[in-house]
Write a protein that binds this ligand. Structure first.
Ligand code: IPE
Ligand code: IPE
Ligand code: MG
Length: 245
């Protein structure tokens, strides 16, 4: 049985408020290595998402953006796509309840017009049910493309006025403002961005985990955050001691 989630606010800690983005990759290989159909990997991937969302909440992460289905994933066989979308609908239904209990605010980013109507309805319900959550901000990317998001933002830019980075960021996230990605985490063994959060990750620290997504644990997230904390983020400036010299 799943452990009940704690409703108290996340502990104040060094990771409080960070934006962590994760490409949830490796589900298919996880299943294939076990002689199972790829969809079994997606089911296991949903369980990993549950674990990692809890861990992020406990560790005080501010924003967690999970890549669940990319706009390029429509290229996969129809059967696999249908199973993934059905799983997502089920995931959002149970996750919305868990989020309400935990005080997590759930949002779905990406295109909605190509999603099955039942999934769209579930997205709207999950967002409405969790809209007042003041803890972790959980964003799930579905039919998402970083390049398409930039194109859509560019179309909104004239209404914003001057073309500034801040104005463009507002066009990219017309609702609640989204901070830049601090930690970009990719399990699964690949070392690429795959069109995820391109603008927002301009200065993200990249951490690659060789484990496949269904095997990722809360300890992996904690280790990635420890790795992140050891990095020297310079944003084009000088290393901290030299800057003081
Ligand atoms: C990630 O796992 C899930 C989606 C892209 C929907 P994959 O299905 O890409 O798994 P691999 O990379 O083939 O192992
Ligand atoms: C990225 O994984 C998309 C998601 C995890 C949802 P892919 O498996 O689609 O990426 P590529 O094809 O290896 O770049
Ligand atoms: Mg993959």
């Amino acid at each position: 049985m799943r452990e009940p989630r704690r409703a108290e606010p996340p502990a104040a800690g060094p990771d409080r408020g960070l934006h962590v983005a994760i490409v949830m990759d490796g589900n298919g290989r996880w299943a294939q290595r076990r002689g199972l159909p790829r969809v079994a990997g997606h089911v296991a991937g949903a369980r990993a998402a549950r674990r990692v969302i809890d861990a992020a909440s406990d560790l005080g992460v501010g924003v967690l953006t999970l890549f669940a289905f990319s706009s390029d994933n429509w290229r996969r066989p129809r059967g696999e796509v249908a199973r993934i979308l059905a799983l997502l609908r089920r995931f959002l239904r149970t996750e919305a309840r868990a989020c309400v209990r935990a005080g997590t605010r759930l949002e779905v980013i990406g295109r909605r017009d190509r999603l099955p109507a039942t999934l769209r309805t579930q997205v709207e319900r999950a967002e409405a049910a969790t809209a007042t959550g003041a803890g972790l901000r959980l964003r799930i990317a579905v039919d998402y493309s970083g390049r398409d998001a930039i194109l859509a933002a560019a179309a909104r830019l004239p209404a914003e006025g001057a073309a500034t980075r801040e104005g463009f960021a507002r066009c990219l996230a017309p609702g609640l403002a989204v901070p830049d990605v601090d930690l970009f985490l990719r399990p699964g063994g690949e070392r690429r961005l795959s069109d995820f959060l391109l603008w927002e990750s301009a200065y993200a620290e990249l951490v690659f985990v060789d484990r496949l997504w269904p095997d990722v644990t809360r300890d992996d997230l904690a280790a990635a955050l420890a790795d992140f904390r050891a990095r020297d983020r310079r944003f084009g400036g000088l290393p901290a001691p030299a800057a003081r010299a």
